[in-house]
Design a binder for this molecule. Structure first.
Ligand code: SAH
Ligand code: SF4
Ligand code: F3S
Length: 439
């Protein structure tokens, strides 16, 4: 009789949570679990949660409520909460939601098998420590299954920057870089398993300073070494902080062909007054000069960013400054959010902007960002780009992949398969994708 149990993981939040969910899935494979897409089949349900904004955190409680009926039918079902809400509110979750059998913080995932075993014995288990040992080392001892063409690889975790609005330094802890040889080993392993594109992840990825035999490596050095791996064709990294865009990293964009022409560089606001209150330690002007240097190094680089509108005490003038910065940068892609008060952060003490005003500002900003995104996309028409096929398209013989600039491109490519990296001429631009023909 088969003893395989089924694991359903639902992932919220950033790409680092996606990476962590993959690792948790692999850790539980070692315990006889296999993945399922259907919570109704599962023996263990894990919610890998995000605490970044209030709405994200609330979702956890409403999602848990939905599993009540399931658990009543199948008392054997175990439910766990992982991720940043688990870290921030683990004990409260246990108190408020008796359905939850286990809580595991982002730095303790490698202990998930023990927590699950305790839960099977009827105990409620919680682990939100920041342990000394390297969780990645434990998580990477695992089966060698074939992989798709693209993968995430976390190289750095945590943040020491303490922006006044942000929970990440509290939920993920202090900045830590993984040793360079371990990152290289994991990258080679991914390539052997079919990966052709790796996105290096970190909450402050460009602050990477991983230990190596010849001293600490910068992110630029790491990228240079990764570029030497045969079979690895594309390298990306995210998310970067403007203060950590070092000269060698800027230069790398002009020199390393495998480093893709895309940079996610959040600025949050275009007003120096607000940037100061946010504790961002850069100015609008220094950010604009940085973008200029990036474009000198790599003229076709696509710039992406994040913005917060309605930060406490933001005036109409501050907001106009943000619009002006956006006009100057011309973003190819952007994420913008209404400020959300996070308990325990310095900004939580300050006077809020009228929510109606914040809503209106967000709409204006998003309209501008949408126009820019469309303009940047439209300018791709007629150009030649690389496309790495990731999945089938809507029609027969059609495949979809990401361009060098991270646009989704639909291509008629009979005879080709997922994982092929091809040259494509862009022929049309639609709201969220491009179309192209093989060259
Ligand atoms: N490390 C990255 C961003 C991490 S969080 C950086 O330094 O830029 C991702 C984005 O969520 C942030 O860039 C910010 O735009 C947004 N964000 C973070 N805290 C927020 C809050 N309290 N309210 C609204 N948006 C927030
Ligand atoms: Fe949060 Fe700021 Fe750190 Fe980014 S740099 S994770 S926004 S504290
Ligand atoms: Fe959310 Fe934690 Fe990522 S708060 S954005 S899941 S680091």
């Amino acid at each position: 009789m088969s003893t395989t149990r089924k694991l359903y993981i639902k992932t919220y939040g950033c790409q680092m949570n996606v990476y962590d969910s993959e690792r948790m899935g692999e850790a539980m494979e070692g315990q006889g679990y296999e993945a399922t897409d259907n919570p109704e089949d599962a023996d263990l349900i894990l919610l890998n949660t995000c605490h970044i904004r209030e709405k994200a955190a609330e979702k956890v409680y409403s999602e848990l409520g939905r599993f009540r009926a399931l658990k009543a039918e199948r008392p054997d079902l175990k439910i766990g909460v992982a991720g940043c809400v688990a870290q921030a509110e683990g004990e409260e979750i246990m108190r408020r939601q008796p359905l939850v059998d286990l809580v595991v913080g982002p730095q303790s995932y490698h202990r998930l098998p023990e927590l699950e075993a305790a839960a099977r014995q009827g105990k409620r288990a919680l682990d939100t420590d920041f342990p000394e040992e390297d969780k990645f080392e434990h998580l990477n001892a695992r089966p060698k299954a074939k992989r798709g063409p693209t993968a995430f690889l976390t190289v750095q975790e945590g943040c020491d920057k303490f922006c006044a609005f942000c929970v990440v330094p509290y939920t993920r802890g202090a900045e830590v870089s993984r040793p360079a040889d371990r990152v290289l080993r994991e990258a080679r392993d991914l390539v052997e398993r079919g990966v052709r594109e790796i996105t290096l992840l970190g909450q402050n990825v460009n602050a990477y300073h991983g230990a190596a035999a010849d001293g600490d490596w910068s992110l630029a050095r790491l990228v240079r070494e990764l570029a030497e791996i045969d079979g690895l064709d594309r390298i990306r990294y995210t998310t970067s902080h403007p203060n950590d865009m070092s000269d060698d990293l800027i230069a790398a964009h002009g020199e390393i062909e495998k480093l893709m022409p895309y940079l996610h560089l959040p600025v949050q606001s275009g007003s120096d007054r607000i940037l100061k209150r946010m504790n961002r330690s850069h100015t609008a002007e220094s950010y604009l000069r940085l973008i200029e240097r990036m474009r000198e190094a790599r003229p076709d680089i696509l710039i992406s960013g994040d913005f917060i509108v309605g930060f406490p005490e933001e005036t109409d003038q501050d907001f106009e400054d943000t619009l002006r910065l956006v006009e100057e940068v011309e973003y190819g892609q952007c994420y913008s959010f209404k400020y959300s008060t996070r308990p325990g952060t310095p900004a939580a003490e300050r006077a809020l902007v009228d929510p109606a005003v914040a809503d209106e500002r967000l709409q204006r900003l998003q309209a501008l960002l949408r126009r820019q995104q469309t303009a940047v996309q439209d300018r791709m028409v007629g150009q030649e780009v690389g496309v790495l096929f990731e999945k089938p398209g809507r029609e027969d013989g059609q495949l979809v992949g990401k361009s060098d600039h991270l646009h989704s491109v639909f291509v008629d490519a009979p005879g080709h398969q997922i994982g092929d990296l091809v040259r494509v001429r862009i022929t049309a631009s639609a709201p969220n994708s491009l179309a192209g023909t093989l060259i």
